[in-house]
Design a protein around this ligand. Sequence first.
Ligand code: ZN
Length: 379
Amino acid sequence: MRDGAARTRADLAAVTGLARSTVAARVDELLATGLVAPTGEAASTGGRPPATFAFRPGARLVLAADIGVSRARVAVTDLAATVLAEAALDLAVADGPVVVLDAVLAQFEALLERTGRSSADLAGVGVGLPGPVEHSTGHPVSPPLMPGWDGFDVVGYLGRALGVPILVDNDVNIMALGEHAAVWPSVDDLLFVKIATGIGAGIISHGELQRGAQGAAGDLGHIAVPGGPDTPCRCGNVGCLEAVASGRAVAATLREKGYDVATNTALVELLRSGNTDAALAIRQAGRSVGRVLAACVNLLNPSVIVIGGIMAEAGEHLLAGIREVVYTRSLPLATQHLRIVGAGTAGRAGVLGAAALVVQHVLSARQVDQLVATPAGVA
Ligand SMILES: [Zn+2]
């Protein structure tokens, strides 16, 4: 019913193959939770017209936070992951979990107030963090840019404050989920690549996010570029994609040529200015990304690769470099219908994905079963 279309009990029995009495009982339970509401009557085929019902996304709210190294975006959404209120805040993730999460909690409260709803309407909270996260516990694991966060119980901390399920994942995974849900819902195999200060990827295969055994799947940044230079990487290896093609690497190349690119904003401005050195540097970075992605394409056979992150906002040269290599280096069968595109969610992928993570969880069959067993306090 989550597509929002109005259906009768008979429609639901036909779609599910369940007995009409079973469907009628389940519809009554769902009506009691508020997740489903009556929408009127279908056209009669003689006799009393049958009542119709539809999913009510506004029945509950989701809080979503996309926490970056120096900024966070937070939002209140409904159960269709439609943003109802949102805000951006400047923060330093290096200030540690208590300072950062308290700032996010304060912002959540302000946003809830703006929607005119209360915390009693909350279904759950989704959080993206700029480092590796152990999915089963939601704990950050040795995050390189996040001192004080290693093993911190984000789920427990926010759970004590809000009393609802808390889901935590790394920022690239939630961006992949957000871009997939908002722009490519009918695509089953999608690769989301974030190219910013660092480089990472979120893998969606068979419509599901793939995290790997330890949640480390998609760490493209530390794959060596085939035939690339032996540039030392912060991970201790040499020749990693991140050391060769990240925003940090492109800025270093341009600094050597005498350009002042102290901040990401200055770098993106130079890249957009039409400067030839900048265009060459970013296209070369795109080719390096393409060399690693060509192997990923052969391995995973995605139908869409989305390039996001601040470097993707610097114009077409990055995408051109990536396409040039992927289409010549990957197998023809794998690239036949492959599209390589920029992100379509304009910086919102993270909050949309954090919301999608929560919606998937709270509307899973198991959670809905639990809810109908205790249908109390729903708006
Ligand atoms: Zn590395």
